[in-house]
Each structure stands twice: as structure tokens, then as C-alpha cells.
Design a protein around this ligand. Structure first.
Ligand code: AMP
Ligand code: MG
Length: 488
């Protein structure tokens, strides 16, 4: 029996609805994340038992599990939605790892809840595999992310534009509390629940600020710091979340909700993949601004808690938010500096990095490969010709490459160390959109070979793995994915 805890369910009743998963016809586990399972303290033999399949498909509810759907609201594409909540996800409970770290165990695609509105509460195999691949890849890239413990097919058909196989993802998170969770109570003037929720979040994810002079202000500061770093980490690997609504912004500051997310192939700052992002609100380079906007919405919900005098609260919250631009610049310089082999970048490097991105854009370079080539080339071999396989106009890099070499001269860093630093900062492989699509298509035909290999290859994203070379290649022109879709 899994030793579920239920600390979230001890919060005031408006925070959640009790609901059991809806049973499915013929659940079949298709992937177990054995390393994560072990880290969580599971005995791997457990997954061979029929009990495991029953519990994770929602076909039975373990004696000590009190499943709930969490309440939240949120801004979707900037528009306020008073009630959202887990419409297709159910929290089975929390478990403590042997090291004492607590994680949520949630089923995604497990049937209707009181928050389902018109939805069927289900998920189909495509988005489930996509989330498995990308969330795990993010983790192995060193970027905070919710994780995937297991996926299964349900044996039922889910109707979208066409009938598709139903699936469930078992998602693991430090907490599923979102900006939208706080907004839910703030919008209802339910400051009692709001305070309980804030205390809960502090206790669970930010214990170091529990005894701060003003814990709620410290909470805002901690979340601002972590989320800004997170969004810069996304930029560093060319990740576009695609649907940064406030309900998809986690307050444990993990990347969450991998709907229409995608990675850049060729670098273009305004790149959008999501089929519903018509105005580019969530484009690649707009993500930091949107994160700032989301953090501002979060700060607003804390005003009743920060101080009893609302003017004082506003002043303190604004001070915390005003740190964003400096935090952003610091993290951006650090992450992109390391990508270019500059360990302690100075403010002049800001322009060098920007010029690099512009040069790479005009050269029509693949984002990931361009950085990786720079990190593999020995100093004397740095020439625009090295970019011929991945660029349309490699000559346009010439000027910038010379500037970069001049800068490297000033660093007094042995070339091998420079390359090592860069190879730690520039992945050799990322989850390429066309490979994800292929893995999904083949899985729909019952062939999980590519999916399994892709997941395997992405466990060591910074290592050159010759046997997975095909996965690391940019798409050929007929393979390019131009649009991605929400996971509904
Ligand atoms: P998302 O855009 O995936 O973050 O989802 C936004 C909201 O829609 C959340 O409240 C989800 O729970 C809900 N939702 C998405 N898909 C479904 C579905 N198939 N059935 C019920 N609710 C859903
Ligand atoms: Mg969501």
C-alpha cells in the first residue's frame, strides 16, 4: 500500500473537491520511470502487481487515499476566469521520499471532477507522451519541472477531432499550487483560506522563510527569484511553454503543464508554435514579460497578507516586483554567458550575446546546434564554415565569431575548460518537435520504440551519444513542425 499523506486536504474545504477517479476499461502500463520511482521510495516490484495498475488507473482507490481535485482560477491569455480547477486531474495524495521530501502524486486524465465544466476529464495518448518526454527532458536538462512517474493506456476511446486512445499520466510535483490557486481565494475575498494556503505553501516549499520578519513578503520575493531564473533557463534551451496562463504558473516554481510547448529549431525571437496563440502573447522572447505579468497577479493576491494597511502592502509588493529586471539581467547574463564560455560575464557581454543571437538569426541557424558547435570547436578551428551543415548563410557569422574570439582571448581560460563549461551549458540533444510527433504517431500504432529511445537519449542531454545521433539532428524541411496543440 502506498503511504499517502493528505496535508492539502486539511486546508479549508473551498480549496478542493473530494472526488474519486472514474474507472477505465482495460488499463495497461506502458512506461514506468524506474529511477524516479526508486527516488520516491517505491519498491519496483510493486509496479508488477495488479494493485499498482488499479491505483494508477483510478480503478481502485487505496484505503488510505483521499483523492481530491484542487480548486483554482486564473488568467487565460490575459482574460480572467473565475473558476478553473483540476478538470481532468486528481490528486491521489502526497508521499515522502526516504530523504523526507514531499511530492504530490496526481493522475492526469482520470475522469470528470466538479471542475470539468464541458470537458470529459480525459486525456489521449499524444499529450500524455508529450508531457512524459518533455517534463523528463526538462528535469535532466537541470530545469525545475514536474515529473512523470508512469503512463498507461486506459483501453477507452477519447473523442477529440477523431477517436483516440485514452491515457493517464501519473504526475509528480513538489506541489500543484499555482498562481491561479491564490487568485481563486483572493477573487472571492476568502482571506482566511488565502492565509491558510500561503502558510501551507511556505511550510511545504519555503520552510526557510517561515520565521522571516514578514513571511508573506518573503514568499513573494522567493517566488519572484525562482520564477525569473526558471524563465531564463527556458530561454537558455530554446523552450517555449506555449500557454503561460496564471493557472499554469506553479508556485513551487517548476515548469508545469506541457500542452502546446515546443523547442526552437531555427532561432527566431518571436517564434510561436501554439495553434491558439494568435497574437504571440506567449512567443519565445515574450516569456519573461509574461512571467513578470503573472508574478504581478500573484503579488496582488498577497496584499491582504503582507500588511494590514493596503498602502504599505502595495509599497512592499512593488519593491519586491521591482527586483525583476535586475534578477532577469543577472540570470540572463550568467546563463547565456556560460553558453558562450564566459564564466563571469560583465555588462559588455550583454551586447556580445545579443549580437550573437542576431547574427545567428540572420544566418538561419538551428538554435541548439549552433551553440553546441561553438562548444565543441577548438579555438583554432572556429570558423563560419563549421556552421555550413546547420545554417542557411553561415558567412554572416564571420564578424561575430571574430568578436567572440577576441573576447575569449581576454578570459585566460584554458580552451579545454572553456569547451567543458560550454558543453555543460549547451545541450547536445533536446526533445525536437518532429521527433516527439513521430514518437506519438508510432505509439498510436502500438510501436513505442522511438518513444522509449527518445526518453532514454534525453536522460543525458549534455552528452554526445552517437547511438542517438538521429534524435539530435534538426528537422529536414519536410519534417518541420509548425503548429502544436493544447493537451485537451
Ligand atoms: P490547460 O489549458 O490544459 O491548463 O487547462 C485549462 C483548464 O481546462 C483546467 O482547468 C483544466 O483542468 C481544464 N481542462 C482541460 N482539458 C480538460 C478535459 N479534457 N476535461 C475537463 N477539463 C479539462
Ligand atoms: Mg493547466
Amino acid at each position: 500500500m502506498i503511504a499517502f499523506k493528505h496535508s492539502y486536504a486539511e486546508l479549508p474545504s473551498p480549496c478542493f473537491a473530494r472526488v474519486n477517479p472514474t474507472p477505465v476499461s482495460a488499463p495497461q502500463i506502458i512506461k514506468i520511470n524506474t529511477k524516479l520511482a526508486t527516488k520516491l521510495g517505491f519498491d519496483l516490484d510493486y509496479f508488477k502487481t495488479s494493485d499498482a495498475t488499479k491505483i494508477f488507473s483510478g480503478n481502485s482507490v487505496s484505503e488510505n487515499s483521499k483523492p481530491i481535485a484542487m480548486a483554482y482560477a486564473g488568467h487565460q491569455f490575459g482574460n480572467w476566469v473565475h473558476s478553473l480547477g483540476d478538470g481532468r486531474a486528481i490528486l491521489l495524495g502526497e508521499i515522502d521520499t526516504p530523504e523526507g521530501v514531499r511530492f504530490d502524486i496526481q493522475l492526469k486524465g482520470s475522469g470528470k471532477t466538479p471542475f470539468s465544466r464541458q470537458g470529459d476529464g480525459r486525456a489521449w495518448l499524444g499529450p500524455v507522451l508529450r508531457e512524459y518526454i518533455v517534463s523528463e527532458a526538462m528535469h535532466h536538462l537541470g530545469i525545475p519541472s514536474t515529473r512523470s512517474l508512469l503512463t498507461l493506456t486506459t483501453g477507452d476511446i477519447v473523442y477529440r477531432e477523431r477517436p483516440l486512445p485514452g491515457a493517464i499520466l501519473v504526475r509528480v510535483s513538489r506541489s500543484h499550487i499555482r498562481v491561479g490557486t491564490f487568485q481563486y481565494f483572493y477573487a472571492r475575498n476568502d482571506y482566511n483560506s488565502l492565509k491558510r494556503l500561503a502558510d501551507y505553501l511556505i511550510n511545504r516549499c519555503y520552510p526557510e522563510i517561515k520565521y522571516a520578519r514578514n513571511p508573506y513578503l518573503a514568499l513573494l520575493e522567493s517566488i519572484v527569484e525562482r520564477q525569473i531564473k526558471l524563465v531564463v533557463q527556458w530561454l537558455g534551451v530554446g523552450f517555449i511553454h506555449g500557454v503561460m496562463n496564471t493557472d499554469n504558473t506553479s508556485l513551487s516554481c517548476e515548469t508545469i503543464d506541457f500542452g502546446p510547448c515546443a523547442f526552437l529549431d531555427k532561432y527566431h525571437p518571436e517564434k510561436v508554435f501554439s495553434s491558439i496563440d494568435f497574437n504571440g502573447r506567449y512567443s519565445f522572447s515574450n516569456q519573461p514579460k509574461i512571467m513578470q505579468w503573472n508574478l504581478t497577479q500573484f503579488a496582488a493576491t498577497l496584499l491582504p497578507l503582507i500588511d494590514s494597511n493596503v498602502d504599505v502592502s502595495k509599497k512592499l509588493a512593488n519593491e519586491a516586483l521591482s527586483e525583476i529586471s535586475d534578477l532577469y539581467e543577472t540570470h540572463w547574463l550568467e546563463i547565456f554567458g556560460a553558453k558562450l564560455g564566459i564564466k563571469t560575464p560583465n555588462t559588455n557581454d550583454h551586447n556580445l550575446i545579443l549580437e550573437f543571437l542576431t547574427a545567428f538569426q540572420s544566418a538561419g541557424c538551428d538554435f541548439t546546434k549552433a551553440f553546441r558547435i561553438l562548444s565543441e570547436l577548438e579555438f583554432d578551428a572556429i570558423t563560419y564554415k563549421a556552421f555550413e551543415p546547420i545554417a542557411e548563410n553561415p558567412q554572416s557569422l564571420l564578424h561575430w565569431l571574430n568578436k567572440w574570439k577576441d573576447r575569449l582571448y581576454t578570459l585566460a581560460l584554458p580552451d579545454l575548460d572553456r569547451r567543458k563549461l560550454m558543453q555543460r551549458s549547451n545541450p547536445w540533444i533536446i526533445p525536437r518537435n518532429h521527433q516527439i510527433e513521430l514518437a506519438i504517431q508510432e505509439s498510436l500504432e502500438g510501436d513505442y520504440f522511438r518513444f522509449n529511445n527518445l526518453v532514454e537519449a534525453l536522460k543525458k542531454p549534455y552528452k554526445r551519444q552517437i547511438k542517438y545521433a538521429a534524435f539530435s539532428k534538426p528537422p529536414r524541411s519536410n519534417e518541420i513542425v509548425t503548429k502544436t496543440h493544447c493537451g485537451t
